[in-house]
Design a protein around this ligand. Structure first.
Ligand code: NAP
Length: 263
């Protein structure tokens, strides 16, 4: 048996030292804030990039003293074996993935009766199917090791219907359901599966809403916090769900919305 760690009693339950996190869409927006937050809590971080990269994200992770690695991938185009290969490449670089944050997601806006099959497929392929496939790929190692944390990024539209975003709403409702289904299967084997439902956060995802003065005003009026959220507002919830402090939190969708749903 290992000798007791004399520091163990002083370690914060939020400490992620020695952990490896994989964050999809982790170079920009909410994903970048989560990636930097996990690094500040002690984790080494791999990010999946797609078309945009922000060098500031790498700098923030390395400034925290963490290791950083980037992997370019179109997650909407990867099948099961492709996801297994992505996990294998990350693990060959940084070591076993302890924390998976399924953050990458897109939104396409159009009146429901005009909504195209192409937009429907693009949104559901990334927002739902990729979450499922990457979770399954990461779970193989996590279940073998008896430890893992999966954090999915859901939405207020996991609870509400939204306007002109039928595929997004359907996919985010499904992410909430998938979170619970996987939590039920893997919880007793050391792998928790939870989700964060961000409110209205100022990122590229919501540019169109903020550019529309009427929508911007009506959204702001309803947020009890009195402001749009910042990507940084989501980081603490991700650190919590990835940490030892959340060991008994499983199958939960944690709303971080400045009070929107309370109205
Ligand atoms: P964002 O800045 O547009 O970030 C989306 C991320 O997904 C980017 O890193 C993007 O990479 C990546 N991505 C897009 N297509 C991809 C693909 N085919 N393969 C791999 N990665 C891909 O928006 P965000 O607001 O930070 O969104 C992050 C998550 O939060 C999404 O799941 C979104 O639905 C969710 N969310 C956002 C809000 C909000 O108010 N902003 C609210 C609730 C939930 P590229 O840019 O390089 O393509």
């Amino acid at each position: 048996m290992n000798a007791p760690d004399p520091q163990a009693g002083r370690r914060s339950p939020f400490d992620l030292s020695g952990r490896v996190a994989l964050v999809t869409g982790g170079s920009v927006g909410i994903g970048a804030a989560i990636a930097a937050g996990l690094a500040r809590a002690g984790a080494d971080v791999a990010v999946v990039t797609h078309s945009r990269q922000d060098p500031a994200t790498q700098a923030a992770i390395e400034a925290a003293g963490a290791r950083y690695a980037a992997f370019q991938a179109d997650l909407a185009a990867l099948d099961g074996p492709g996801m297994n290969d992505l996990i294998a490449r990350v693990e060959a670089t940084l070591g076993p993935v302890d924390i998976l944050v399924n953050n990458a997601g897109i939104i396409r806006r159009e009146a429901a009766e005009q909504y195209s099959d192409e937009d429907w497929a693009a949104v559901t392929e990334l927002n739902l199917n990729a979450v499922w496939r990457l979770s399954r790929a990461a779970a193989h190692g996590m279940l073998t090791r008896g430890h893992g944390r999966i954090v999915n990024i859901a939405s207020l539209l996991s609870f509400q219907g939204g306007i002109r975003v039928p595929a997004y709403t359907a996919s985010k409702h499904a992410v909430a359901g998938l979170t619970k289904a996987l939590a039920n299967e893997w919880g007793a084997r050391g792998v928790t599966v939870n989700a964060i439902a961000p409110g209205y956060i100022a990122t590229a995802n919501t540019d169109a809403l903020r550019a529309d003065p009427e929508r911007n005003r009506s959204i702001l009026e309803r947020i009890p916090a009195g402001r749009w959220g910042e990507a940084q507002d989501i980081a603490g919830a991700a650190v919590f769900l990835a940490s030892g402090a959340a060991t008994y939190v499983n199958g939960h969708v944690l709303v971080v919305d400045g009070g929107w749903l309370a109205r």
